[in-house]
Design a protein around this ligand. Structure first.
Ligand SMILES: Nc1ncnc2c1ncn2[C@@H]1O[C@H](COP(=O)(O)OP(=O)(O)OP(=O)(O)O)[C@@H](O)[C@H]1O
Length: 720
């Protein structure tokens, strides 16, 4: 064993083991099908199947709380299917806050049912649909169900909607809860009114009274002639404030499922860790060298952190004796392409241990086969919004108790597990119970745009489970109005508001694309929006700082970061084209592009993700009838378009070299990673505010201050 792990090994204290029955695995030589059947039989939820189905029959809204791994997500939809809830071609829809959960759970359930994915069981996430007309159990992201509601406001295909992991309170979940409450009411009314109309029709023969006839016709029209059955709504999680949800749904019934499949030991450090990344590394190696077989799942806060820990683990593995180097590192974060995220779900090669470095995308719902150990440093990157300044930023904060519970629940699903919390036990009790709902800490312009598109005009009166502050709503309405998405009476404008609602982007980026179409620089803006949608295009290893800086200079534009990003994208595309011309093989070209990225200190994963996003948005704008034209060498035109789009994020240099953001009067500084860090032009627009010890702005372009009143008179003619 190397001295490093010995001298720096951490001591952990152990808490009481959670109660729960221990279930033994079936015989090893059983086939996978039999093993799965055995596993399902032993899940805590299986013993209460009949009662659960009865509860759903009796209650239109039901809240289900059950331990992580007890079988809620995978089993309940199958129980309901078997009980006949999909008769007449109806669908059971289950929402997940994250794509990776929707995909992997659907795969598992299809396997359990012995059907091909996309037939009886399928999933649908943005830009990826694995369903067919025979799909009856459909997993999807909460955002996707919201988009479906735009086309089918009564969600008429669904007999049951299950909101899973409701404790996460994503902004989409909160909007869905409000909408579903309305849909439920309308569908119940339609059923009772239609049936009374039918009764009347039966007693009067075919002749209806005039008024009733008109009423019937209006129903037929607004409900597309469909007679609805009531919509069953189920809210589910392992860590839920059942009372809050029950109150919101008028005293809805809540049921608790007891027991978890396997115990998980929770271990804490004796003292607070001054450097959680170093503590993480030490714990990874401590487990690898001292604990029995089983894979490790580590929770980190973001892509950059994951990639730096990935490099450090790989370096330190090389310092281990040869027989102990069997540690495979796998990153997992949302901007990785799906097929790379799926690497985490494949078994490690025999005699190896895998260590998965994940953000909170692996925190809920997923079962990652092989995971026995969880390392939880207790931190998460969260959105924060200041309604006074109108600025949104990302900050790293301690997790809530609910999140800590979910993280530990990723172990103990296939056998007993251990969770190493990298903080002392008394810190746990200081954590908040659950995370503040996202809707209370984000810019609401996207939500409002979606609600307006769904026909909800009175946003302040909308029945949110927890209302965002009035100030946040007003600020976002004002922002949408200034972007031209709303009319003077706050209705969705035509065509701009409707076009913006169709694009799956932040409203400010959607507007940038619409403007770029008019400024003849849609090609450049598409690249910019795609590149701004991913984290860290440039990659700067600590040991090669100077080389990385020199490489970046080759792409740098004196006008700013947006043009720099366009140059990088185009250079990579040209390189790819050249290799394809010479070789004509896609695989070789891809490999060659990774080499090009490495030589130029570009993050290959981020660039690939940006290329995907680019082609997806291009599809959308072309469908909207836009022509993807380039402004050629006329970059002035492009910068003017940036100013017209991002006028709300303009800032003026102050005598001391800091900047004053014009919309919020906040003092901000240019981030050292910006190409304008040293030149500090007089007037700029920016895209991102990062709060650390300073208010840093990133992704910046130099503009002429006179453009602001010219290009955004609705704001600057009266304001500044
Ligand atoms: N892909 C998989 N591979 C192996 N076992 C799996 C897989 N998916 C689920 N399981 C098994 O099924 C059990 C139930 O999983 P399920 O996701 O339904 O639980 P849950 O109650 O919804 O948990 P959570 O609250 O964490 O989402 C797991 O504990 C695990 O034993």
């Amino acid at each position: 064993m190397p001295s490093m792990a010995h001298s720096e090994a951490r001591d952990f204290t152990k808490t009481k083991q959670p109660n729960g029955k221990i279930v033994k695995n079936g015989p090893k030589d059983e086939s996978r099908r039999q093993k799965i059947a055995q596993q399902r039989k032993s899940l805590p939820i299986t013993s209460v199947e009949r009662q659960l189905v009865e509860e759903v029959r009796k209650n239109d809204t039901l809240i289900i709380v059950g331990e992580t791994g007890s079988g809620k997500t995978t089993q309940l939809p199958q129980f309901l299917f078997n009980a006949g809830f999909c008769r007449d071609g109806k669908v059971i829809g289950i929402t997940q806050p994250r794509r990776v959960a929707a995909v992997t759970v659907a795969k598992r359930v299809a396997e359990e049912c012995g059907v091909e994915l996309g037939q009886k069981v399928g999933y649908s996430i943005r830009f990826e649909d694995a369903t067919s007309s025979s799909t009856r159990i459909k997993y999807m992201t909460d955002g996707l169900l919201l988009r479906e509601a735009l086309l089918d406001p009564f969600l008429s295909r669904y007999s049951v909607v299950i909101i899973d992991e409701a404790h996460e309170r994503t902004v989409h979940t909160d909007v869905l809860l409000g909408l579903l409450k309305n849909v439920q009411k309308t569908r119940s009314q339609s059923t009772s009114q239609m049936s009374s109309l039918e009764k009347m029709k039966a007693s009067n023969g075919t002749v209806l009274e005039k008024d009733n006839h008109a009423q019937s016709q209006s129903f037929q029209k607004s409900y597309h002639g469909t007679k609805f059955s009531p919509l069953k709504l189920i809210i589910m999680s392992a860590s839920l404030d059942a009372r809050g949800f029950s109150e919101y749904f008028g005293g809805a019934r809540a049921v608790h499922i007891q027991g978890r499949p396997y115990p998980v030991d929770i271990l804490y450090t004796h003292h607070a860790e001054p450097d959680y990344l170093e503590a993480t590394l030490i714990t990874v190696f401590q487990i690898h060298l001292e604990e029995g077989p089983g894979d490790i799942l580590v929770f980190l806060t973001g892509q950059e952190e994951i990639e730096s820990v990935e490099r450090l683990v790989q370096e330190r593995v090389q310092q281990l004796p040869e027989g102990s180097r069997n540690l495979l590192v796998i990153p997992m974060f949302s901007s990785l392409p799906s097929e790379q995220q799926m690497r985490a779900f494949r078994p490690a090669p025999s005699c190896s241990r895998k260590v998965i470095l994940a953000t909170n995308i692996a925190e809920t719902s997923v079962t990652i086969p092989g995971i026995k150990y969880v390392i939880d440093p207790g931190l998460v990157k969260a959105r924060s919004y200041n309604p006074i300044t109108g600025m949104e930023s990302l900050i790293i904060i301690p997790t809530s108790k609910a999140q800590a519970l979910q993280r530990s629940g990723r172990a103990g699903r296939e056998g007993p597990g251990k969770c190493f919390r990298l903080y002392p036990e008394n810190e746990f009790s200081k954590l908040v119970d659950s995370t503040v709902p996202e809707i209370k800490r984000c810019n609401l312009s996207n939500v409002i745009l979606q609600l307006k598109a769904l026909g909800v005009d009175d946003i302040i009166g909308f029945d949110f489970m927890e209302k965002p502050s009035r100030m946040a709503i007003v600020k976002s309405l004002e922002q949408l109005y200034l972007l031209g998405a709303l009319t003077d009476d706050y209705k969705l404008s035509d065509p701009v508001g409707h076009q913006m609602a169709r694009l799956p982007l932040d409203p400010i980026y959607s507007k940038a694309l619409i403007l770029a179409n008019q400024f003849n620089c849609l090609e450049e803006m598409l690249i910019t929006v795609a590149m701004l949608s991913v984290e860290s295009i440039f990659y700067t290893p600590r040991e090669k700082l100077e080389e990385a800086r020199a490489a970046r200079k080759c792409f740098s534009s004196a006008e700013g970061d947006h043009l720099t990003l366009v140059t990088v994208y185009r250079a990579s595309a040209e390189w790819l084209e050249k290799v394809k011309m010479a070789n004509n093989k896609d695989k070789t070209a891809e490999r060659s592009l990774s080499k090009w990225c490495k030589e130029n200190f570009i993050n290959n994963r981020s660039l690939r993700h940006a290329r995907d996003i680019h082609s997806q948005i291009q599809g959308h704008v072309e469908q909207m009838g836009f022509r993807v034209a380039s402004c050629g060498d006329d970059m002035l035109q492009f910068r003017r378009c940036l100013a017209a789009a991002f006028f709300l994020n303009a800032a003026l240099r102050q005598p001391d070299g800091s900047y004053r953001a014009l919309a919020s009067s906040q003092v901000v500084q240019i981030h050292p990673s910006s190409v304008l860090f040293r030149t500090k032009p007089e007037c700029i627009i920016f895209n991102e505010l990062v709060r650390t010890n300073h208010n840093y702005i990133r992704n910046i372009t130099r503009i002429d201050p006179l453009w602001l009143p010219e290009l955004a008179p609705q704001y600057y003619a009266t304001q500044n």
